[in-house]
Design a protein around this ligand. Sequence first.
Ligand code: KG4
Ligand code: ZN
Length: 338
Amino acid sequence: MILSIESSCDDSSIAITTIANKKLIFHKKISQEQEHSRYGGVVPELASRLHAVALPQILEECKEYFPHLKAIAVTNQPGLGVTLLEGIAMAKTLSILLEIPLIAVHHLKAHIYSLFIEKDSIIPLLVLLISGGHTQVIRVESLGRMEILATSMDDSVGESFDKCAKMMGLGYPGGPIVEKLAKDGDEDRFDFPVPLRNSPLIAFSLSGLKNAVRLQVEKCRDESGDISLQDQRDISASFQKAVKLHLLQKSKKIFAKESISDFAIVGGASANRYIRDGYLKLCREFGKRLHSVPLEYCSDNAAMVGRYAIDAYHNGDFTDPNEIDVVTTKKYDNGTLL
Ligand code: KG4
Ligand code: ZN
């Protein structure tokens, strides 16, 4: 079995996965959403302190599996430095004390492997990763060969939903809040610009759309600064529509070039039904099979880290516990996903 740890942002999670049959034996996640909600985003130092309490609490429940462990896996990049360190400290200690190898896991690769939890992998594969930190299209050819075909020039999809909710004074994370409001909204009421609509660039950008939303939010405020529920709904729906059209327009250009017939959406924002439905139609049009992640594994979790670690274990991709690095890089250019 492999014990895997995830602490790259605001979810403390540990999983135990059987190497031979990929079965998830144990999986627990303690989310800090409530604690960060009043700040409208994740406060790194607070997140780190909460991990320091939650991770040992979850580990306590895993002790019975210790004699069966063959490796420890931990997310070491990318993410918040102070929160990654909490998971890494625990993983290093376990690896040294139990005298078993350590596997350093790239968080974005783990999101891709969330598709394969308790399943065989599907490779080659085209993936749209939309999370709180990233928006990317990646061509996956093997565990070691993942090529970024398009990336975000500024805000990520999840981040733009979070900011949209924050501007309207709603909580965190913004994604589920905005999606829910949008269900009862008029998506054609506000004509928000679809980013890079007339640009040949195959890239993503959401900061311009964010500014358009900000201006509209200000216009909708009454004398006491409040925004009516219907305005919130219409802003959410119109914003969500522009995000979807942007993602689909750029994905279309990639689909026209890439012959791989399996396509997947992963990451926290891939839980969004409206965006999923848009991709369902696009995949039909291009004859591609759409794969998506069960809702419980879309956001950060240790099960996906453990699933990636199984393949890394078979490959012998181990890291010296005294050498493991925290890598906090947030943005990537097109090229190889290390
Ligand atoms: O993958 P994730 O858990 O963490 C990162 O690796 O960043 O993604 C979290 C992000 C948040 O920004 C959250 O607002 C967004 O995913 N999200 C959504 C939805 N559910 C979560 N965005 C849009 N629609 C949703 N239903
Ligand atoms: Zn994530």
